[in-house]
Design a protein around this ligand. Structure first.
Ligand SMILES: [Fe+2]
Length: 133
């Protein structure tokens, strides 16, 4: 089973944000591991809650960062975070309803929302920050 790994492609160039993204991946991997080992609902729910809480924390941090550097598309970016948060909650519903039962299922979902967002949206924030330096 190949879990989504951190790659330098996902590096946006800010050490704090990059570390948080890595941590997000680590928790997502924990969730896939828990599903792969067929651990009980309570454990799954626990790991999922960690993923949800950390995602929420990270988005807030990123929004503060965008504000600090004067990123012009901050509002649109923050709006996408709201949608992503909704998808995180959907992920739990799918797991709970038995629609996502394999690590691969979570992996697809995670790739879709974390990787896509980091590569296409967070990367722009990194480029903007770099250009300002
Ligand atoms: Fe973001």
């Amino acid at each position: 089973m190949h879990y989504p790994d951190w790659t330098t492609v996902l590096d946006i160039g800010d050490p704090v944000i990059d570390e948080q993204h890595k941590h997000l991946f680590a928790i997502a991997n924990d969730l896939m591991t828990a599903i792969g080992r067929d651990q009980g609902k309570a454990i799954l729910k626990d790991v999922f809650e960690r993923l949800k809480a950390y995602t929420r924390y990270h988005f807030k941090e990123e929004e503060t960062y965008m504000e600090r550097i004067g990123y012009p598309d901050r509002d649109a970016h923050a709006a996408e975070h709201v949608l992503l948060m909704m998808r995180v909650k959907t992920l739990w519903r799918l797991i709970e309803n038995g629609e996502i039962i394999t690590p691969q299922g979570v992996s697809l979902f995670v790739n879709d929302w974390i990787v896509e967002h980091i590569m296409h949206k967070d990367a722009l924030v990194g480029e903007y920050a770099k250009a300002r330096r």
